[in-house]
Design a protein around this ligand. Structure first.
Ligand SMILES: [Zn+2]
Length: 275
């Protein structure tokens, strides 16, 4: 999959005809919806050109041309050209590269993949570094294809996505007084506050200034800091960390919703500690 070429071609250039450049890139389908009688609008995260919204003519009526390739999470080779004065590109072709079949067969995996796709879509702006965002989403989907979702996986995915998209929460010092976490005797009873409006955490002395700050134990904060620094590649998290990860699940979607100023639709379908 990594070797799939991207690039640009100008079909009429040699004959002196001013035709729009046809661009080509690996892409992940984020969403698609019907448009009029026979067309579909599709949102893609491309490897080489960022996020592209395009119109797939005839995709609703003639299924041959875009057979099963416009479903969310599908990895495709997209060929398109941009149209002057239109926010929608014209989709020439979408060739199937990889379908995450294990995800498509499992409602729980679909719910988690929908969450990964929705937060990536919402936090990504045109012009962002598309290669790292594309690789991040693809590796997240690949993980879900082969593994069950876990709180540590979701938290690591969110924290890395927030960093790549420029929304990294500040966890390593109080956003009001600058105090650093750590050194507390009772890690599970010392309460910090997580405040989306302040862009990170508030210490126990400062969190009362922000009533809506979500309480967070020192232990949970340490766990978030560890995942933010190192990701999560060690496999299953030790049982001792599960309470911290459950706390982390309570704050990450809130932080993302604050950044995008709206509710995440897919978060409602994630259960309990996975939310
Ligand atoms: Zn403070």
């Amino acid at each position: 999959m990594c070797g799939v070429p991207g690039g640009e071609e100008r079909p009429g250039a040699s004959r002196g005809v001013a035709l729009p450049a046809i661009r080509s890139s690996p892409a992940i389908v984020l969403r698609s919806w019907a448009y009029g009688e026979s067309d579909k609008i599709v949102s893609f995260l491309t490897r080489d050109f960022g996020k592209i919204r395009g119109i797939a003519k005839g995709a609703k009526r003639s299924r041959k041309r875009f057979l099963n390739v416009l479903e969310p999470f599908t990895l495709v080779q997209l060929r398109f050209h941009e149209r002057p004065n239109s926010p929608l590109a014209f989709v020439h072709a979408c060739d199937w590269v990889y379908v995450f079949r294990a995800i498509a067969r499992d409602l729980g995996k679909i719910a988690h993949a929908s969450y990964l796709v929705e937060i990536t879509d919402e936090l990504t702006r045109d012009g962002d570094d598309s290669l790292s965002l594309f690789e991040h989403l693809r590796s997240g989907l690949r993980f879900l294809e082969e593994n069950a979702a876990s709180p540590e996986f979701l938290t690591a995915f969110e924290l890395m996505l927030l960093r790549l998209a420029g929304f990294q929460p500040i966890l390593e010092q109080c956003q009001r007084c600058g105090r650093a976490p750590g050194g507390d005797d009772d890690r599970w009873n010392v309460r910090w506050g997580f405040s989306p409006a302040d862009g990170g955490v508030l210490c126990r002395d400062c969190r009362d200034y922000r009533r809506e700050a979500v309480p967070l134990s020192s232990g949970a904060l340490d766990t978030l800091i560890h995942i933010q620094r190192h990701g999560w590649t060690e496999g299953e998290a030790p049982a001792a960390l599960q309470p911290a990860l459950r706390e982390a699940r309570g704050v990450m979607p809130l932080f993302i919703q604050y950044q995008i100023s709206k509710k995440l639709k897919s978060a409602a379908f994630l259960d309990g500690p996975f939310r």
